[in-house]
Design a protein around this ligand. Structure first.
Ligand code: OFO
Length: 172
């Protein structure tokens, strides 16, 4: 049976993952309505991934005899200056999520809940991958600058990345 302290810390993370999904959905909407279909596809996929991250935590809490809870969320930002602004915000948000997962992991260590600590390793590794993907995209955006042809190709590349990514699964 999961301890109450761990259960409520995971429920806070469930809220953050749900917010991540809505934030990336909002960014995808902005991209789609501003001429970046590839970036939109990439961010729609990211939104699905975050929803899967949320669901995986929901199942875990319930499987351990706790109760997953949904909390009120604020509206995500919906206006962005340009594509560079979008992906800088994604990176900042992912860094915030990494820090929150580290804090959650610390709660499990303090509570000697090594089972949950082991479960969280998946999230720790996932954050390494996500921050690295965003850093690569930001490098490319910086390289292209405001050059329209370069931005067109970058958008296509983001679309191809979205098409090649496996479908998110909460049981993976
Ligand atoms: Fe990349 O945020 Fe979920 O875990």
């Amino acid at each position: 049976m999961i301890k109450k302290t761990v259960e409520s810390a995971i429920n806070e993370q469930i809220k953050r993952e749900e917010f991540s999904s809505r934030l990336y959905l909002s960014m995808a909407i902005w991209c789609e309505s501003n001429g970046y279909p590839g970036a939109a596809a990439f961010l729609y996929r990211q939104a699905d991934e975050e929803r899967m991250h949320q669901l995986k935590l929901v199942h875990y809490v319930n499987d351990r005899g706790g109760k997953a809870a949904l909390m009120a969320l604020t509206s995500p930002e919906s206006h962005f200056d340009n594509l560079s602004h979008v992906f800088k915000q994604v990176m900042e948000h992912e860094q915030y999520i990494t820090a929150s997962i580290n804090d959650l992991y610390e709660v499990t260590l303090n509570e000697k809940d090594y089972t949950t600590g082991s479960f969280l390793q998946w999230y720790i590794n996932e954050q390494i991958e996500e921050e690295s993907t965003m850093a690569t995209i930001l490098d490319k955006i910086n390289l292209v600058g405001t050059e329209k042809g370069g931005m067109f190709h970058l958008d296509k590349e983001l679309g191809a990345m979205a098409a090649a990514a496996p479908a998110p699964s909460a049981t993976a």
